[in-house]
Design a protein around this ligand. Structure first.
Ligand code: RIB
Ligand code: CA
Length: 307
């Protein structure tokens, strides 16, 4: 029984790749579209990676091309952390799979209307640009979305080792503001979850030994220098948002009021999500912890589907 009719919006991206593998192997998730956005890399690279991932994961899911830059500011790519092509040390030839005929946000709008129950969940694992463009072009789309589960933002206001607090929000804070203004129910899966959800070098060896898909992830991880956890291993931030959909029971959540705020550093303005966990009128659910052993066991289980 598929509980969720899901549209994924992402910028693959190594942790996006691991998250997509989990989502498409989850019993209670039906992924209807993989929409791509620029973020970790250019839209050309994130599209190519997403098309290739559907071939690796042996799924026939449409992949649509989305926004090539933020709605207002200039793009600043996070490619360094994800390798020059966004797949770390894994290289591949141009995928054979063709993009979906529609581009996002039209592709997202098409599948929102395809869902007879009009209760689609959007799993957003990159900048919110496509969702903002959807809401600008089709304001009524907000009534077709039951909730947006997004990897983005940070629960605490310090601890970031790079100028921005969290990449997805910093890349396009104006898009995040448009999503807040829509009042669509939100679940935020912040960067701190990736400080818990990371694979150590020993665990990466276990992934490598699993099968050919595990070997591909191992190659991706070989060049995945995640700023948040340093040399400790590969932080799989996006998988936290995907597993919140498939296995919400392993997460602890709190209610908070979220809003976009800005600060200046070295003459550059950065946007981030300010969280008020004591707010009388919260506007979002925030994941604050995860049972990491169960988290990893679920991922290994999904990976072993390819044995
Ligand atoms: O801050 C982590 C987020 O930025 C993840 O979605 C990762 O893929 C990068 O896009
Ligand atoms: Ca991502």
């Amino acid at each position: 029984m598929k509980d969720y009719y899901v549209i994924i919006d992402c910028d693959p991206g190594i942790d996006d790749a691991m998250a997509i593998m989990n989502a498409v192997n989850s019993e209670n998730i039906e992924v209807k579209l993989i929409s791509t956005v620029s973020g970790n890399l250019t839209i050309e690279e994130t599209m190519k990676n997403a098309l290739k991932l559907t071939e690796i994961f042996k799924v026939d899911i449409p992949v649509s091309e989305g926004a090539r830059e933020p709605i207002k500011r200039q793009p600043v790519y996070a490619g360094l952390a994800q390798g020059t092509k966004g797949m770390g040390g894994y290289t591949f030839k141009t995928p054979k799979t063709k993009p979906f005929i529609l581009k996002s946000p039209d592709a997202i709008h098409f599948f929102l209307n395809e869902n007879p129950a009009k209760n689609t969940t959007i799993l957003c694992m990159g900048p919110m640009t496509n969702i903002a463009n959807l809401l600008k072009k089709y304001p009524e789309a907000k009534d077709l979305i039951s909730r947006i589960v997004f990897m983005g933002g940070s629960k605490d206001e310090d601890g970031s080792t790079v100028p921005y607090r969290e990449f997805n929000v910093a890349y396009d804070p104006e898009a995040m503001q448009i999503v807040f203004d829509s009042h669509i129910p939100l679940v935020m899966v912040p960067m701190e979850l990736g400080h818990i959800a990371y694979f150590t070098p020993e665990e990466q060896q276990k992934i490598k030994r699993a099968n050919s898909v595990g070997e591909i992830f191992y190659k991706m991880f070989t060049k995945y220098n995640d700023y948040h956890v340093g040399k400790l291993g590969a932080a799989v931030h996006d998988s936290c948002s995907a597993l919140f959909l498939s296995n919400p029971e392993i997460f602890r959540t709190e209610q908070a009021f979220l809003k976009i705020d800005y600060y200046k550093k070295d003459n550059t303005e950065y946007g981030y999500i300010k969280c008020d966990f004591g707010a009388k009128e919260p506007n979002a659910t925030v994941c604050v912890d995860v049972e990491i052993e169960k988290f990893k066991k679920i991922i290994y289980g999904n990976l072993f589907n390819y044995n």
